[in-house]
Design a protein around this ligand. Structure first.
Ligand code: NAD
Length: 247
């Protein structure tokens, strides 16, 4: 039990990678705040699995791009569990289109939910973490934030921004005992990627040396490592979890 007695907030934890991260953190002993913005029913399902692993869950509705929602979530976390030890910034969306056809509102929405959210949650969580002089922040970026990807200018810029924000917050918060790292998933089988056409999926697979798509658990296990004392000497890094697509 690497995370016994710790409290984690996982954003966008009702499904996909976030759900898997919440469950894996619980299996390692952490109480989990299951953040959601859409389906309460799905969030409750994640919470049930957290509790089945033997820890406590708090389901909390918050739009991560809204500062008041984020403040309220972090306040409730500390008042319910007494601390916030782990923050996982997982919530994210895509609104794909070619640059010349991309609407300004789609640019703004993706930047707000994928990047501004990380700024807001980091500020809100770092305050109590600074008092504790301990904390782990893990941001979910993407390998396209490193490589670029046609048709995803907003998403790519937001995920590259997450890597930059990870490095800067790691430098600013290191003296306060807070580690900040990122994971950059490749092609992971979730609802987000399930929407891609079959021929796109097939051509993506050809680019993966390990010859399979990733599973949400592949990301969740790395997040547990970054949330645990095993990674105490690692900060400001982005771990690519992509079957070798980017090397
Ligand atoms: P998903 O669409 O299944 O899950 C995203 C979650 O974020 C959902 O639960 C959604 O409700 C939540 N969310 C969206 N807007 C929100 C908001 N304003 N406030 C709170 N929650 C909100 O996607 P996924 O594939 O599980 O992706 C999870 C993360 O991993 C995302 O940041 C995504 O960009 C990143 N990622 C995914 C892949 C992949 O291949 N699936 C690859 C690279 C990066």
């Amino acid at each position: 039990m690497k995370l016994e007695g710790k409290t984690a907030v996982v954003t966008g934890a009702s499904r996909g990678i976030g759900r898997s991260i919440a469950i894996e953190l619980a299996k390692n002993g952490a109480n989990v705040v299951v953040n959601y913005s859409g389906s309460e029913e799905k969030a409750k399902e994640t919470a049930k699995e957290v509790e089945a692993a033997g820890t406590k869950a708090l389901v909390f509705k918050a739009d991560v791009s809204n500062a008041d929602d984020v403040q309220a979530m972090l306040k409730e976390t500390v008042s319910t569990f007494g601390s916030i030890d782990i923050l996982v910034n997982n919530a994210g969306i895509t609104k794909d289109n070619l640059l010349m056809r991309m609407k300004e509102e789609d640019w703004d929405q993706v930047m707000d939910i994928n990047l501004k959210s990380v700024f807001l949650t980091t500020k809100a969580a770092a305050r109590p973490m600074m008092k504790q002089r301990k904390g782990k922040i893990i941001n979910v970026s993407s390998i396209v934030g490193v490589m670029g990807n046609a048709g995803q200018a907003n998403y790519v810029a937001s995920k590259a921004g997450v890597i930059g924000l990870t490095k800067t917050s790691a430098k600013e918060l290191a003296a306060r005992g807070i580690n900040v790292n990122a994971v950059a998933p490749g092609f992971i089988e979730t609802d987000m990627t399930g929407e891609l056409a079959e021929d796109v999926q097939a051509s993506m697979k050809q680019m993966i040396p390990l010859d399979r798509f990733g599973k949400p658990e592949d990301i969740a296990k790395a997040v547990v490592f970054l949330a645990s004392e095993d990674s105490d000497y690692i900060t400001g890094q982005t771990i690519h979890i992509d079957g070798g697509m980017v090397m």
